[in-house]
Design a protein. Structure first.
Length: 500
């Protein structure tokens, strides 16, 4: 049997080659980047791995999406089907492996195999929040018996993660030639993967990679970081995330919980000891204002750690108290002020605030929601509305006048397409939009802005706005609300999942 080695980098969207003793296979032309995960070794000649686009009973054809290119295949009574009762019950965007043969100019499907969603392939590994509570009992937790892996991009990991988590980004993990260097040689040690929630495939994909590498004590916390945070559990903000937030002039409530701390503290902090926190309950901003409810609140000590060391001083009870008062975005600074200084953070003396207040500032490059909506509804000359979500989400439903440039695919080869344009980027929550914005700026695109807001799609309209909801009518009916709900099962996302 021929041995093949796959060299794969869809992030760069280059045409890369599967080298073998036989004919060379252009991977980008035969395997869709959203479907090839964990079935790379099944790439052989005369086989496509792509996403179901549609089937025509009358024409007896199957349309398959492979990296935005449509492949048309003939189906007949000899076509063998696996994983579904019939072709017409396979939902759009379902990943398929299609073996075909050439008959003149036609491609005839000999076998069609419907792949289950990633989470279905690892469902025996899924654990819930109560299981995680048993693992994360203190901050820092005792991780001697397990490894907790955050599979999200590093830029997201640094802004908040579960205590004790290390960051192994899924794309790098999948392509690593030395998995043991990342996870250790003990194949029996428990490894727990998580990412951005029910619609995120990074953790399930990582678990499959680990399984294929011989690790046999795997778990997937599929509810992920959003559920952990929103149920009032301890969250750790890494120093890099803190410095990035300061650089962007992000408004934060910073609480120094040390005694005798006035001689050196983080700028903008207020000094509240943990034992005195209950006295401040009525002095925090009013959570009836939704902007205040989601205000970033950061707690720190001298050198408190979220990921290592002992738990002699644990300020997670303070985090839980503040969460119980109605605040959703509370985190502990991993490394405290000592880690902050070691990373180059600037400190001040005797400048503690005496009251707690919060006013949200727009981030560099951020556009106000109302201004963005006006651009979507009535684009001006040269305006370009960019959807930064994965293609499979964009194809199901998107805002009017939008073009799809997934944040992960933006690179130098795309820059010319933004020339002389006023670029406005959105996604479902602002996370991918901001990543796309940063990439475009770094590539030299000068006129680009992004909107940081929630976008929720309905049958004929989209709702925008994290707090004050505003509607944008969709140009035509794309899917019903029932279809939207159904499409989110098993890892497909229309209205969320950007914790990835």
């Amino acid at each position: 049997m021929l041995k093949k080695q796959i060299v794969l980098s869809f992030i760069a969207m280059a045409s890369l080659v599967l080298a073998s003793c036989g004919p060379k296979i252009d991977v980008a032309k035969v395997a869709d980047k959203n479907c090839v995960c964990c079935v790379e070794d099944e790439l052989v000649e005369n086989r496509f791995i792509g996403a179901m686009k549609g089937v025509s009973k009358k024409a007896k054809t199957l349309r398959l999406d492979i990296n935005k290119e449509t492949k048309l295949l003939i189906v007949n009574e000899k076509t063998v089907l696996e994983g579904a009762e019939s072709l017409d019950v396979i939902k759009p965007q379902t990943c398929l492996i299609v073996d075909f043969k050439k008959e003149g100019e036609d491609l005839v499907a000999a076998k069609v195999k419907a792949l289950p969603p990633l989470i279905e392939r690892v469902k025996e590994y899924v654990v819930l929040t109560d299981y995680m509570e048993g693992k994360i009992k203190t901050v820092p937790p005792d991780t001697s018996s397990f490894i907790l892996v955050d599979s999200r991009p590093a830029s997201v990991y640094h802004t908040g993660t579960i205590p004790g988590a290390i960051n192994i980004e899924y794309p790098a993990f999948k392509q690593s030639k030395d998995i043991e260097k990342l996870l250790g040689k003990d194949k029996n040690k428990e490894i727990i993967f998580f990412c951005g929630g029910l619609h995120c495939n990074l953790a399930p994909g990582s678990a499959i990679v680990a399984k294929n590498a011989g690790y046999n004590n795997l778990k997937v916390y599929h509810l992920g970081f959003p559920a952990w945070r929103m149920t009032g559990h301890p969250v750790c903000l890494n120093i890099k995330g803190m410095l990035d937030q300061q650089k962007k002039n992000v408004s934060m409530i910073i609480i120094d919980m040390r005694e005798n701390a006035a001689k050196e503290h983080i700028p903008g902090a207020i000094n509240i000891l943990q034992k005195d926190l209950p006295k401040w309950k009525g002095k925090f901003p009013d959570v009836k204002n939704p902007y205040n409810k989601n205000a970033p609140i950061v707690l720190y000590l001298d050198n408190n750690k979220c990921d290592q060391g002992d738990a002699k001083v644990d300020i997670s009870p303070a985090l839980k108290d503040i969460f119980s008062w109605g605040f959703n975005n509370v985190a502990i600074l991993n490394g405290g002020i000592e880690g902050f200084k070691a990373a180059g953070g600037k400190t001040v003396a005797n400048q503690f605030k005496t009251t707690i207040s919060y006013t949200r500032n727009l981030l560099p490059g951020e556009i106000d929601v109302e201004d963005f909506i006006a651009k979507v509804k009535t684009p001006g000359a040269g305006d370009m509305i960019v959807d930064a979500r994965p293609t499979e989400e964009f194809d199901i439903i998107h805002l009017p006048n939008a073009k799809n440039y997934p944040a992960t695919d933006i690179n130098q080869s795309k820059v010319g397409e933004f020339a002389n344009k006023h670029v406005y980027v959105y996604c479902n929550s602002g996370i991918l939009a901001e990543i796309a914005y940063e990439k475009l700026k770094n590539l030299g695109v000068k006129d680009v802005k992004f909107v940081k807001t929630n976008v929720v799609y309905h049958d004929s309209f989209a709702e925008l706005g994290t707090y004050k909801k505003q509607k944008i009518e969709l140009p035509k009916k794309r899917v019903t609300e029932a279809e939207v709900a159904e499409s989110t099962k098993g890892g497909k996302s229309i209205s969320g999942g950007e914790g990835c």
